[in-house]
Design a protein around this ligand. Sequence first.
Ligand code: ATP
Ligand code: MG
Length: 389
Amino acid sequence: MREIILIKNGELVLKGLNRNTFEDILIKNMKKALKNIGEFSFTKSQSTIAVESVDEDADLDDAVDALKKVFGIAALSRAAVAQKDMDSIRQIAVSYLKDELEEAHTFKVEAKRSDKKFPLKSPEISRELGGYILSKFKNLKVDVHNPDAIVTVEVRDKYAFVRGNNIKGAGGMPVGTSGRAAVLISGGIDSPVAAYMMAKRGIELVSVHFASPPYTTELAELKVMELLKRVAKYSGPITTYVVGFTKIQEEIRDKCPEEYFTIIMRRFMMRISEILAKKQGCSALITGESVGQVASQTIYALGCTDAVTQIPVFRPCIGMDKDEIVALSRKIDTFQTSIQPYEDCCTVFTPKHPRTRPKLEDVEAAEAGLNIDELIAEAAENARKTVVK
Ligand code: ATP
Ligand code: MG
């Protein structure tokens, strides 16, 4: 039996971007996601895209799992291909959906007919096939309002597709339809979630990680790479910079008042990230900050951090509680990695009494003894670039 995967696009009420561009980018992303599973063909028609394996061996379960992580897909389903006659449709429906129909107590048939020359109209197809299924499965009753199983038949120009229940897709917009942004990624729980949320809106990701050896170890960096790999399953490949941050942190420790250590450090992170982001054609930065979570995330501290950048800073977790962020991190499977206990550079030289209501002019005065331009240029210059897939 020939089996395909039908893709139902997400938000197609697009402003600016036309449907073709949207679908082409979506297909490119699906191809990437399926690369290690096999070769597939993609056929657009109406509001769906049919995905079919070119080589016989490709595992459709694996393909569905990979496609469930591709943004821009509202729903997907596996479908069997039937000839365009009721006999073929009947036979395929009862054999292909056997397990689903045996388990269900109630069902209904939904028919869609894009080929208006097909001899039966949609309600007739439903009635005809419904009757046949009832005769074959004694466990079933029809329920049009809240059925356990929905059997869908779509009569298209060349074939008819028969499918069971829909599988929910990842939603959002295809990555690459909304420009690029650079996420400041730590080894924590929040920043991978923030990265995922912005990729979901179609933004292509670049990432920047700050490491302070020997205060932070290679294991901390490996952990960040593992997190990015997990995010990349949704976002596609992530160009990543690892920035050596030790010298800057030591300079801050030696030359600035202790209560401003963290906020000054964060301003440095932003400045360096902006340089690298612009180099990569990014139009925004992304962080995992949430109001009030720590001293550097009061609205006053966030204001002082933002003052050093020209491009916007997106903080998708800003209004979320920790448990909401944790729930998302479990969903995208980054949580277990995030809670591994390796030191982040943020926890090196943390002040005992950080300012929670810093004033911008005080922060600027506190960092006045540093050669800021030279430090950030050097750090950006020496950043190591890799691509995480
Ligand atoms: P997370 O769980 O993402 O680490 P957090 O609540 O621990 O967040 P902070 O450590 O204050 O908060 O960091 C706030 C944000 O700053 C992070 O979400 C991340 O975007 C960025 N950040 C922190 N540490 C680093 C780092 N070492 N490299 C790059 N970005 C960082
Ligand atoms: Mg952190």
